[in-house]
Design a binder for this molecule. Sequence first.
Ligand SMILES: Nc1nc2c(ncn2[C@@H]2O[C@H](COP(=O)(O)OP(=O)(O)OP(=O)(O)O)[C@@H](O)[C@H]2O)c(=O)[nH]1
Ligand SMILES: [Mg+2]
Length: 601
Amino acid sequence: MNIRNVAIIAHVDHGKTTLVDKILHTCKLFRDNQETGELILDNNDLERERGITILAKNVSVMYKDTKINIIDTPGHADFGGEVERVLNMADGVVLLVDAFEGPMPQTRFVLQKAIAAGKKAILVINKVDKPNCRPEEVHDMVFDLFFNLEATEDQLNFPTIYGSSKQGWMSTDYKVQTDSITPLLDCIVANIPPAPIREGTLQVQITSLDYSSFIGRIAVGRVYRGVIKENMAVSVVKRDGSIVKSRVKDLFIFDGLGKLKVTEVIAGDICAFTGIEGFEIGDTVSDFEKPEGLPVISIDEPTMSMLFTINTSPFFGKDGKFVTSRHLRDRLFKELEKNLALRVEETSSPDSYIVFGRGILHLSVLIETMRREGYELQVGQPQVIIKEIDGRKHEPVEVLTIDTPQETSSRVIDLVSQRKGDMLVMQPKGDLIHMEFEIPSRGIIGLRNNILTATAGEAIMAHRFKAYEPWKGPISQRISGVLISKDKGTSVAYSIDKLQDRGKFFIAAGEEVYPGMVIGEHIRPDDLVVNVCGEKKLTNMRASGTDEKMRIVPAIKFSLEESMEYIAADEYVEITPVSLRIRKIVLDENERKRTTKKAEA
Ligand SMILES: Nc1nc2c(ncn2[C@@H]2O[C@H](COP(=O)(O)OP(=O)(O)OP(=O)(O)O)[C@@H](O)[C@H]2O)c(=O)[nH]1
Ligand SMILES: [Mg+2]
């Protein structure tokens, strides 16, 4: 059979999943009257809600007489490691670039990986339906990018397709709108090399995994050489070269959105299989008698860590089903089975674990999933991972791009410079200013919040790990102190109203608070303990205190990620299935003062 294996790569939100959806539709996967909705591929709850892809996914379509295996990849930088691995299964890539935005940090990263791996690329300039798009300019920018990334002569000769995934059309000329995406499919068949059918003994490298609550872990990889069969005895060559005898159980190929059980899969095709106990990414499943491993593939190292601990707030156990250290431990170690870039380390306390991940989003997706499952937990301030290189302290540095309206650019530059960011590029982009910086990862934590506030939500920001570089010195993280609740009780509008000139509140009237809980941001740099539960002399007032004359500014409600980025080193985010709260680690005011004094001494 004639097979093409192609990965779709791009910066976040440039339209990969939308395009794969359209390809599935076009290839008549769906019975005509079947309602499928959009972005059927982003199929877990979090992916749907956020409109982002978290895990790379395989689908497969028949186009004319060619089978096209398509790998949809995540565009967010935290999941970049996925992209690098799955490129292993592809013979070529479709590089999607937004016709307005042009190449972004993650475009560069994924293209660099594809070029280094010797893959042939097709460029798709997507979203040409956008009114202010600039397809020709973007084409030239991408060409320069290929050139700068040292593409070979052959790679530089990439074909370009223009179109709109959303409207469901692709064309060789952006001025000539078509009525389908088949020009892209034709381009894939013509330009991506057919998967070679290598004969000989079996070699399949496990590059990715699927997880099913019924079956558990399912290995996914491309048959590099030979034939894999169900119930076949095999030798697994591990990363360290050791060999484990095992047996393949069920075998599948990808078929549309799902999998189809088959008895054998020949070289060139992508397959999924069960039966190999305790496999790891990069293992080669090979001939039983004559095992031969394929070159090992690299797995991304974590760049950030956070302390995960059980909930110890006075409200512990109110909302959650799983609240003990045993629960937390089991859940975290279970996650390691499928979350490839995650690491968990024990601490001296059985209640706390240090969890290492690829960034705020990577960790927050885990936390959000856990809270939905009924867990209660607390997390500490995210820490970037510092390394000692040649006896010097090094920290992760990232490339940061910000596009913002002209009139806000100086405020943006101020904010980035305060956090040790150096500006590299500043140029107009449509009616926006495009800026590029190099900034320590530490400086990016909490930056998004400030940038959005400073630009009334107009700025578009993206960042991507660049390298470990020498430590850039201290960065002051949060400029303001916080308002802390003095009492346990229910907040009262009257009391909040009276304190409004002291800062901004994170709680509204009628919310339960406890001593040591962070309930707002102080206008001054120090912390302030306040009473929002009403005062004794007001007992003749109605408790809810809905006085017409009060105008309380609506409470600021942080998302999980915003809370994680907001907290200081002496604070936790408390997470339950129902609530998100910020608290001081030490709840008692006097004890907190003593601890701070001790720390200062
Ligand atoms: N105007 C316009 N919008 C588009 C087009 N293609 C996709 N979009 C929109 O862009 C947003 C992101 O699309 P996705 O397909 O989820 O992007 P993605 O590249 O898969 O994103 P990640 O998986 O998070 O990296 C959605 O709101 C789409 O509706 C297009 O051709 N034109
Ligand atoms: Mg996607």
